[in-house]
Design a binder for this molecule. Sequence first.
Ligand code: PLP
Length: 402
Amino acid sequence: MSVRPVYLDNNATTKVDARVVSAMLPYFNEQFGNPSSMHAFGAKVGGAVRDARGKLQQLLGAEHDHEVVFTSGGTESDNAALLSALEVSPGRDEIITSAVEHPAILSMCEHLEKSRGTRVHVIGVDSQGRLDIEAYRKALSEKTALVSIMWANNETGTINPVAELAELAKEAGALFHTDAVQAVGKVPIDLKTTEIDMLSLSGHKLHGPKGIGALYVRRGVRFKSLLKGGHQERGRRAGTENTPGIVGLGVAAAIAHADLATDMAYISGLRDRLEKGLLQRIGKSFVTGDSANRLPNTSNIAFEFIEGEAILLLLNRAGIAASSGSACTSGSLEPSHVLRAMGVPYTAAHGAIRFSFSRDNSAEDVDQVLDVMPGIIERLRDLSPFWTEGGAKPATFQPTYA
Ligand code: PLP
């Protein structure tokens, strides 16, 4: 029997909007010129790139379109921001970041620590994923080159007060970068009213294509290109532009900008309906993250005493795609670094599932999850050595976690 597919993993990636696809198509074969070329083939494409840059400017509330630098996506934008900040900040060699950042930030920080001896302050979060502001204030100093704190967390959706954090960074004379890959297109952004110096975004998280993104670099902020080569993007990103991708990202940005309020009201309605329904039907489950200050499309729910991977497999059989923060490393399932940083107990963090919505979802999708999820959880708990009726662990079974 075939099952109706339900896609609830939109923080991993989104379906490209049909309007985006049709806008991109001519730029593969009809308008194939190189935007840097001096002839008519190039000039036409150059105009389309300018147009897309303007659309990104609108979505971000940036002051100038040239503050938008096209990149290959969120990872490149994050890496470029960190490396550039260290290069343009003489006498400053420290970075401040948070324990719940995406690996695009954390792995680069680790690399910089090892390869350059950069001191990295990793600021913790509370049980809802909210940054420890006092620890942040204390870490800021005349040695801070850059602060990089994400706008919204990809696993829990928790939103950081980035405007306030950027002001504190500015007082300390440090640059402020935010990984807004999950926030752009989901929350209103008006960069010109903030002290944010750099911001990363990625096309495929907002119904645009994969392999295209942007780094916002505030006018006046010195910037060193990560890639060395040609002078594209005003010398800030070498390499012939991905013009179909840029055009597609522009259209995705324009749609997100125009429809943000209505889309997010609709999406948060679906998210809340799912959350309420699951918590009502399934005991020993709770929402992780800051419910009061969260992305409208994200719900991360921990189902205690079972493995998230097993839940995902059974959901997949029922046609439902979601995700867990666990990563299978060296044969053992490690709960996500985000939930660990939040102090979520292992027995709950292991069973955490992220449902992430988009405008493509419907109430029918929610009902399908509500229909199958209680049975899946019951079945797995029956098999779980950690579970007894009422949720207490049997005294005879003590899990050992490395
Ligand atoms: N930052 C965050 C918060 C993300 O969620 C992601 C993607 O999952 C990235 C960065 C990386 O973006 P990309 O896939 O465009 O490299």
